[in-house]
Every structure is written in C-alpha cells, then in structure tokens.
Design a protein around this ligand. Structure first.
Ligand SMILES: NC(=O)C1=CN([C@@H]2O[C@H](COP(=O)(O)OP(=O)(O)OC[C@H]3O[C@@H](n4cnc5c(N)ncnc54)[C@H](O)[C@@H]3O)[C@@H](O)[C@H]2O)[C@H](O)CC1
Ligand code: K
Length: 517
C-alpha cells in the first residue's frame, strides 16, 4: 500500500475534485460521512455522549460534517470549536453554517482561555482539531486541552491523524499531541503511525476510502510503501514440479564463535526453512558437532581455528552468502572478514558482528558491493550511521548511507523498514514476541535463503521480513508474547508461506454456506 506524502495528499484532493467535477466541500462531505458510517455501524444509535472537537481548518470541517450527521441520527453530540486561529478555511465555514441550520444553534466556541468541558471516562472524544495542516506547535492552552482529553480516559477517536502530530516530523512535546485510541485516516496511513517516536500516539488505525481519483492513486510514485500480503503475492516464486535441489540455490552462511554457535544454527535452520536447495555453514571447528547434529540438512566447513574464524576459504560455489552471526570481533576474524569482502562476488547479507566490524573499521565501507543487504538492529544502526536527532533524521541518514554504498539497509524495529536509496518499505507483520535473542539470526538466514533461490536482494529482504513477522504472528497464538522463541519463528515459517494463499475467512464461510469449499 502506498503511503502518500502531505503534498501528494493535497494534490490528490485537488485532482479528484477536478476530475470528478465535485467541489472540495463535497469531498469533505464524503470524508465526514465515511467517519459517520464507521461510528454508526458500531454504535447503532447508543446514547453515549460524543464530544466532537473541531479546529478551524479542513480537519475541523470533517469534524463538523460528522457532528451534523450524528445530530441527524439522534446521537448525544456536543460540538466544540477550538478557536485559536483566525485562518478559517472556506469548507470549515460552509459546514459551520450547516451545523447552525441543523441544530439551530452555534457550536460551543472554545476561545483560547475558556474552561474545558467536562468529559466522563465512558464518553467518546472525536479529535478533529488539527490534521495534516499543522504547521507549528499548539499553544499552551491547546496543549492543556489535549492533556484534559487524556486525563478524562474517554475513548478518543482521531480524524486523519492525532492532532498535534505532523505528517513529516516528530513533535517536540508529547503533551502537545492527542493520544488517540483509534485513528481513521483518509486514503492512506501516515508514516508517523509506524515510527518508534510517534506510533504511541495512536493505538490502532484504519484507512477510509474517500474515493480519491484512481489514476492518481495508481500512477503516483510514493517514497514510502507499506508491505503486506498483497505486495508479497506478486513477487512469490512458486515451486516447479520438475525441479531439484540445484534449482533453489546454494546458501553459504559464515560466522559463529565459541559460545555463539547457536546464532549460526538458527540461521542455518531459517535458511533451510525458507526453501533454499542447499545450505553450507562455514564455522570455527568447535561448532562442527553441534551443527551436524542439530541441522543434519546442512553441510559444514570449518576454519582451521577451534574458537573463531581466521581464514575464510572454501571450494563450493554458493549463490548467496549470509555472514556475521555470532562471529565475534577478534582481530584475526576482522582480517578474514575484510579479505572476504574484497574478493567476494556473490550476493551478500551482512548481519550482527559483520556490521559491528564494518562500523569499527569505517574504511571498509567502500568494500560493500552494490546490492549488499545489511540488517542492523537499532544499536548496530547507530554504530553504522552515528546518532540521530529523531526518527526522520534516522531515515534521512539511512537513505544517504544506502545511496552512497548502493546497499539495502534492513532497519529492524517493531515495524522494520527496508531502505533502498530514496525508498522506504515498511513491514506490516510481527509482534513484541520477536523481541528475543536469535530472531535476527533467523531473519538473516531467511533473506540469504531467498536470494539463493533467485529473488533479487531487495525483494528477498522485503519478503523475508514479511514472512518472519507473519510466522511470529501465527506462532504467538500458540505461545504468547513471552514464550515465543526464535526456533518457533523457524517452525512456523511454513504456515507463513501457506497463509499467503489462505482464503480470507469471510470468503471461506460464504463458500462453506453454499457448499463450495
Ligand atoms: N484526502 C484527504 O485526506 C482529505 C482531507 N481532508 C482533511 O483536511 C485536513 C487538512 O486540512 P488543512 O485545512 O490543510 O489543515 P488542518 O485542518 O490540519 O488544520 C490546520 C489549520 O490550523 C492552522 N494551524 C496550524 N497549526 C496550528 C497551531 N499550532 N495552532 C493553531 N492553528 C494552527 C492552519 O493555519 C490551518 O488552517 C486533513 O487532515 C483531513 O482531515 C479533507 O476534508 C478531505 C480530503
Ligand atoms: K485530528
């Protein structure tokens, strides 16, 4: 799913009005009506007090359309205008008049020193104060109003995005933002819903379709994309009937050291489960027996050293290499790693201590070949890029790094973001159960396995991150967040593949009803 920028959203609105020959007021009517339908479907006329707080821009206009429809359907509505600016938009004013025509009285005007209305914990707040047009921090009174919302404990539904959040930067003061339970966002989710600094401002979100011009939606290239099942179905490569293990590539995994062999075992099992035809591991001697016993499917080559890697040489011809897992930072290992980087021509994934070694010897960045995949967690990313001011600064630095070295950065987090040059791909699967040792090693194994099978490094990274998260989402149903382990992610990978083709439950039920399963 595309994530449009603020400028693209404004352009889409304007183009839609022109092409569909409707006014911006009619588009606002659609937007407000969609919100009303969503609420009405769930509340069915229940008389819970609904407090609709409207700003004086178009977000406020959406709130007024909603409020008018709620009044028309007999809901218990309280309408307020947060009147802290003189720049009322045309469509706000039109809907302000329409409210008066409907209710025969003006909404409650909250000027910037007014007392706050009482809000009960079981009431509902609709936040239509600011949308994507916020251009400066809210004043102290508005901040206090937002804190009043939060203190009330009422369910808070934000329109388009929680007020006080910018579409493209991180707000400085968390008291200047509405903490929403749910956000109904128009046409596309906003990037801020997925970033560690700003995702806390809405517990859940949903996109409402307001009929923006289809051609515009299809043809506009966005810098950000949300990756879900639909995107992955188009890149999936089916298994051929007349195929053999050679068809699906030979993955080589390099890493491990005394006390960290588990990382390589997890990677090898992840690579196998991803569908690679052959897997070989290159490890220090001490790992030979454990690897052979725990992963009988994999072949094992060993370094001359018992405890660490000192010289990486092999006579196989891998189709993809994944390295760095549990590798350690010994100087001899560093030399071996550096030598390998210089000579390697095979698509490469670098993880963990591979990244740490690069970060310690920044001159080696120039050895990173185009299309190399790096999979840093936040600390490793900081070692690579240096510190950042906030999430937007982090992404800017990650894009610059990717552009400079033409590499793919898999920035691991609750929503892993894969960065390639100027594009950001946000993953939609995964859960907090993944916050446990070894899951990263499994991910590297899966990426390497997919590249070995013929997926392009970028596609392999997106697909691996998606499958890895999906597997955890399925496994967590059986194990819960606390007990989910990296091994479960491997064990459920098959389910994640099968889920790609699972029928949506509604469709399945309909087919069962008509005897059509
Ligand atoms: N396709 C769509 O997504 C549609 C979205 N709609 C809604 O329109 C808003 C964007 O509206 P806009 O008028 O541009 O801005 P806002 O309503 O977000 O409000 C900003 C408003 O307030 C002023 N302002 C900015 N910062 C402050 C501040 N700190 N304090 C006080 N005042 C401030 C600014 O001058 C603006 O006037 C979008 O989010 C959707 O909700 C359309 O209704 C339909 C199509
Ligand atoms: K809002």
């Amino acid at each position: 799913m595309k994530i449009f920028s603020k400028e693209q959203i404004y352009k889409g609105d304007q183009l839609t009005a022109e092409k569909q020959n409707i006014s911006s007021t009619e588009l606002m009517e659609r937007a407000g009506t969609q919100i009303f339908n969503w609420i009405h479907q769930r509340m069915q006329g229940a008389q819970v007090p609904i407090h609709v707080f409207c700003g004086i821009g178009n977000n406020g206009g959406d709130g007024l359309v909603l409020a008018r429809q709620l009044v028309n359907y007999g809901y218990n509505v309280h309408i307020y205008v947060v009147n802290c600016s003189e720049k009322r938009t045309k469509d706000f004013l039109i809907n302000y008049d329409r409210i008066k025509e409907t209710t025969k009285k003006w909404p409650i005007m909250l000027n910037c020193e007014a007392d706050f209305p009482e809000i009960g914990p079981d009431d509902i707040i609709v936040d239509a104060v600011f949308g994507i047009g916020l251009n400066r921090p809210p004043n102290e009174w508005v901040k206090r109003l937002f804190q009043h919302f939060r203190a009330s404990k009422a369910f808070t539904l934000a329109i388009d995005l929680p007020s006080g959040l910018y579409a493209d930067k991180v707000p400085k003061d968390e008291n200047g933002v509405v903490w929403a339970d749910y956000t109904l966002s128009f046409q596309s989710p906003k990037l801020v819903f997925f970033l560690p600094d700003t995702s806390k401002y809405t517990r859940q979100w949903e996109v409402l379709d307001i009929g923006i011009d289809l051609e515009f939606l299809q043809q506009t290239e966005t810098e950000v994309e949300l990756i879900g099942k639909n995107e992955m179905l188009t890149i999936y490569k089916p298994r051929e009937k007349f195929s053999h293990k050679g068809t699906y590539g030979h993955a080589l995994l390099i890493g491990g050291s005394h006390g960290k062999m588990g990382a390589m075992i997890l990677s090898a099992r992840g690579t196998m489960a991803s569908g690679a035809g052959l897997v070989t591991t290159f490890i220090p001697k001490c790992g030979y027996i454990p690897m052979q016993s725990v992963v009988p499917e994999a072949m094992v080559l060993t370094d001359a050293d018992d405890e660490k890697l000192t010289s990486i040489t092999f006579d196989i011809e891998p189709t993809a290499v994944g390295m760095g897992m549990g590798m350690g930072l010994d100087q001899k290992t560093q030399h071996a790693f550096q030598k390998f980087l210089k000579s390697n021509e095979v698509p490469l994934v670098i993880d963990a201590d591979g990244i740490n070694l690069l970060a310690k010897h920044k001159d080696d960045f120039k050895l990173i070949k185009p299309q190399t995949v790096l999979t840093p967690h936040p600390k490793e990313l900081e070692r690579l890029l240096g510190s950042w001011k906030d999430d937007f600064d982090k992404l800017k630095k990650a894009k610059a790094f990717s552009k400079k070295y033409k590499c793919i950065l898999v920035v691991k987090d609750a929503h892993t973001i894969t960065v390639f040059e100027d594009k950001l791909y946000i993953n939609s699967t995964g859960n907090p159960g993944l916050a446990t040792g070894g899951t990263g090693d499994v991910l590297t194994g899966i990426i390497t396995g997919l590249i070995a099978q013929g997926y392009e490094p970028l596609t392999a990274s997106l697909f691996a991150v998606y499958l890895h998260g999906k597997s955890a989402d399925i496994a967590v149903e059986d194990y819960g967040y606390q007990s989910l382990t990296a091994s479960h992610v491997i064990d459920y990978l098959g389910q994640a593949y099968l889920d790609l083709f699972a029928k949506p439950q509604v469709q399945q039920k309909q087919e069962e009803k008509s005897g059509n399963s």
